[in-house]
Design a protein around this ligand. Structure first.
Ligand code: NAG
Ligand code: NAG
Ligand code: NAG
Ligand code: NAG
Length: 443
């Protein structure tokens, strides 16, 4: 046999050397697997199969493996991975947030749909259990409820219910003598509130009294809220006697009533007013109830009584019509003078009447020109009850002095300096002295 081996012989040798000996079988390693373990009825020897058992909640990537003659596991050593739950159960009136996977141990929360609320004491959360099923889920959501509506002095038009779930509509009506304020129909909204808010019943007045031959502005209405007003009117040609309008008010603070009795419609005419020597406004030819007239008198006459009068329900003028009396002048009085005519004199004189006055003996009128009338003075009674200018009687002979006194007085009034007045007075004094001397010489 030659000493050298061919390549084919060498490979055959190597295979022989690697092969276990006939008695020694290949053994696969016992792997340590997280959350599980490999078990086999046989030893982990060549050709045996093993089963992977995972801890609860985990699933094997491959359930059985085989130990190959080379001492390796086939397929490769598997592992235990976390298990998942299936799609969560659907719950009435509730939704949950979708996820890609639902791993064992994870939780999921449901939320109630609009108009529904969580039943008190119930948990909306479920858990993915280790047997890959979901923990049981009870009934979670119920329809939202509104509180039972309360409406004093009113009722629900529909029969009352045990509960008022969202979406329920309720109609209301008020008792007799009350009026609905707000919406007569409300709905339980998804947040548990009544929309619009529950109305209330307000006290009202009934229809106001009817009147014959007239009507009021609230015809056709049956309920009148507090403060409302109705106006009465009469058929054509009739007068409204009383208050034109009534309003709904409260006298006892609780019940509502109309503010007073209704007015009446009657024919009321006052007689044509006659005021001699007088005028009236407005100028009219009919004198119905309520007409207010203003009176005035012709010149030289004075109103006696009220300046205005109204035609009232009894068909009479109130206050009574005035009269126009002639304006009178009182007996004129002149110091140191007296009446010359009419003889004897009278208490009062009518407008345009004249009197003649004269001064008492020893007195005279200042203006010498009037003395043509034998020292008499005529005065006339004016339409306003005063006299034309009355005369002034002064002591005879004092005329000049009087005039000087007047002159001095007016000088003072003009604000002439005192020094100048003094000089003036001195001159006056001298003048008087001279006058006196002249008179003495004449005598
Ligand atoms: C397991 O292996 C041992 C020794 O390696 C052997 O004695 C035994 O018979 C084997 N058991 C089975 C069931 O093959
Ligand atoms: C899963 O486990 C729970 C409690 O451990 C049990 O009530 C339920 O019946 C199990 N589900 C299944 C499908 O086996
Ligand atoms: C209101 O009217 C009712 C019925 O007419 C009556 O019983 C009640 O006493 C009245 N209230 C007052 C405060 O007068
Ligand atoms: C007074 O006289 C005037 C003018 O003559 C006349 O208009 C007036 O009516 C008279 N008055 C009276 C009250 O007689």
């Amino acid at each position: 046999m030659p000493g050298l081996l061919g390549p084919g012989q060498l490979l055959a040798l190597m295979v022989l050397a690697l092969q276990p000996t006939g008695t020694q079988e290949a053994q696969c390693p016992i792997p340590s697997i997280a959350n599980g373990q490999l078990s086999s009825a046989e030893n982990f020897t060549q050709g045996s199969t093993a089963t992977l058992q995972c801890d609860p909640g985990f699933v094997p990537t491959a359930s059985t493996v085989r130990c190959t003659s080379s001492g390796r596991w086939y397929p490769r050593v598997p592992s235990c991975v976390p298990g998942q739950c299936r799609h969560p159960p659907s719950v009435e009136f509730a939704d949950f947030q979708h996820r890609r996977e639902f791993l064992v141990g994870s939780t999921l929360s449901y939320s109630c749909r609009t108009g529904f609320s969580l039943i008190p004491g119930v948990s909306p959360t479920i858990t993915c259990l280790q047997n890959f099923s979901w923990s049981p889920v009870p009934r979670l959501c119920q329809r939202v409820q509104c509180s039972s509506p309360v409406i004093p002095h009113g009722t629900e038009a529909s029969p009352r219910r045990a509960e008022y779930t969202s979406g329920t509509q309720v109609e209301f009506q008020c008792d007799h003598g009350y009026m609905l304020r707000g919406s007569d129909r409300v709905q339980c909204s998804s947040d548990g509130m009544w929309r619009p808010p529950v109305p209330y019943c307000d006290r009202v007045c009934g229809p106001p009294p009817k009147i014959t031959n007239g009507q009021h502005s609230g015809m056709g209405l049956t309920k009148f809220p507090y403060g409302s007003e109705v106006k009465y009117s009469c058929a054509e040609g009739l007068s409204l006697i009383g208050d034109e309008s009534l309003h709904c008010t409260s006298e006892d603070g609780e019940n509502l009533t109309w503010s007073g009795p209704a007015p009446e419609c009657r024919v009321v005419r006052c007689p044509r007013p006659v005021v001699e020597r007088g005028r009236m406004t407005p100028q009219t030819f009919t004198f119905p109830y309520g007409l207010l007239l203003h009176f005035s008198c012709d010149q030289g006459f004075r109103l006696h009584g009220a300046a205005q009068s109204q035609c009232l329900a009894d068909g009479a003028w109130h206050p009574p019509l005035p009269t126009c009396q002639p304006v009178l002048c009182p007996q004129p009085r002149v110091p140191f003078g007296r009446l010359k005519s009419p003889l004897g004199g009278r208490g009062w004189y009518q407008a345009n009447e004249t009197v003649t006055l004269e001064c008492l003996p020893g007195y005279q009128l200042p203006n010498k020109e009037v003395m043509e009338m034998e020292n008499a003075w005529t005065a006339t009674c004016l339409p306003d009850g005063s006299w034309t200018t009355l005369p002034k009687c002064m002591k005879e002979g004092d005329g000049d002095v009087c005039q000087e006194v007047h002159y001095i007085k007016s000088t003072f009034e003009c604000g002439v300096p005192v020094e100048e007045v003094k000089i003036l007075l001195e001159i006056q004094k001298l003048l008087l002295e001279i006058n006196k001397l002249e008179m003495e010489l004449e005598n």
